[in-house]
Design a protein around this ligand. Sequence first.
Ligand SMILES: *[C@@H]1O[C@H](CO)[C@@H](O)[C@H](O)[C@H]1NC(C)=O
Ligand SMILES: *[C@@H]1O[C@H](CO)[C@@H](O)[C@H](O)[C@H]1NC(C)=O
Ligand SMILES: *[C@@H]1O[C@H](CO)[C@@H](O)[C@H](O)[C@H]1NC(C)=O
Ligand SMILES: *[C@@H]1O[C@H](CO)[C@@H](O)[C@H](O)[C@H]1NC(C)=O
Length: 412
Amino acid sequence: MFFKIIFVIFLVFANFTEIFGQGESMTCTYALVSSVYTCNLKLNNTRGLNNFANIGGNHLSGKNDNLVLSVTSVAGSLSPNIPSIICAKFRNVQKITMNNVGIKNILIEDVSSFAYCSLTSYIEVCNDDIGQIDERSFINNPGLLELRLWNLNLSTLPETVFYNLINLERLYLHQNKFATLPTNLFRYLKRLQTLNLQENFIVTPNYKWFDTLISLKNLYLESNLIVDLPADLFRELTDLETITLSNNNLTILHSDPFGYLPKLKYFSLINCQLEAIDENLIDNTGAIQLSLTDNFCVNETVIDNSATRYSMRIILSECFDNYANLVGQTTTTISSITSTTANPNLPPGCIGGNVDARICELEDNNNKLTENVEDLMKKNLELENQNKVFASMFENMQSQIDELKNRPCSCL
Ligand SMILES: *[C@@H]1O[C@H](CO)[C@@H](O)[C@H](O)[C@H]1NC(C)=O
Ligand SMILES: *[C@@H]1O[C@H](CO)[C@@H](O)[C@H](O)[C@H]1NC(C)=O
Ligand SMILES: *[C@@H]1O[C@H](CO)[C@@H](O)[C@H](O)[C@H]1NC(C)=O
Ligand SMILES: *[C@@H]1O[C@H](CO)[C@@H](O)[C@H](O)[C@H]1NC(C)=O
């Protein structure tokens, strides 16, 4: 009995020392942030413990753990891991942000950092020098809609780390050190709409990274080391609305990697050392804003809609001419170029590819107008004939009137 009590006291004391004695602690300052009940979490966990018994701090009146929807680390926090108690305590948390807290790995011991965050839709870990992300880090988070793992000095990721994120819509991996990525990294992200890979060290993006991203609308690849875009790179991404490729070293822009992108609205190629552009590129897009400042063959932004596509050709003529020379075409004048590729942008009967879309459009309009004129002439003729009929009717009536006038008066 005596020993039992001693033992219990010892356990309590040991636990107490672990949580408070060494200074290791986690404390919430609760607040309503834009009416979202939030734990502003101070982590003091220099030894990277995971066995925290509790998170300190007093709830606002009428509130409890189950009402916490957001957990955000506060400045001065330090923790090399993300203790699993955060998700275990706040079972309904929707949003977690860990910013600059010295995280060295995600997933500790046998319990995933986010194992109990099954309802969480947003996780952000940023501004750290992270050593590793275990492939099981997000296996319990199929509810995630947005995942931000940026500025973490990451140079690789496990190929299956996003395997379970079947609802993910936005993935931010910018400001890392990726030179390449595992081939199947994004394979399961069928709902992904936004992928940010900007400010990495990518030299040659791989067609296979993107070919299953059927919902992708925004792809950010600016500020990498891309020198060449493999043929077919974006071919499956027919929903793309934005591509950023600024601050890469592209020199020559072929049209093959882009395929047919009818929804493309914004395409940036600022400071890409561009010398030549295949003119098919602009035939195979819808109305776009092309940002092309600080290149060799062009230095401005071209905002296009079908009415100004012709001026786009004029602005880009040097790039087009250079391209034609490079690939052995003698000239880019419209008449010398033929193509057999039908372009769905153009009116029926117009051939796509290198043929000037604008000229074809105008010819089509001209034909329609000619038809209209013919129609009007026909109507005119009909009216003239009717007019003649009326005139002769009028004459007829006039002569009847005259006849009546000339009748001898038979009145009394
Ligand atoms: C954080 O913990 C360390 C020991 O691990 C302690 O020295 C320090 O005072 C603690 N800091 C705060 C703000 O509690
Ligand atoms: C980033 O990671 C590399 C190893 O991949 C390491 O050498 C470097 O010190 C880390 N930190 C920074 C700030 O680059
Ligand atoms: C761009 O790439 C070309 C070769 O493709 C190379 O000659 C040139 O030095 C590079 N320029 C920059 C700024 O990296
Ligand atoms: C583009 O134009 C701006 C000013 O209009 C100029 O400062 C810049 O040097 C030009 N860039 C190139 C690559 O010619």
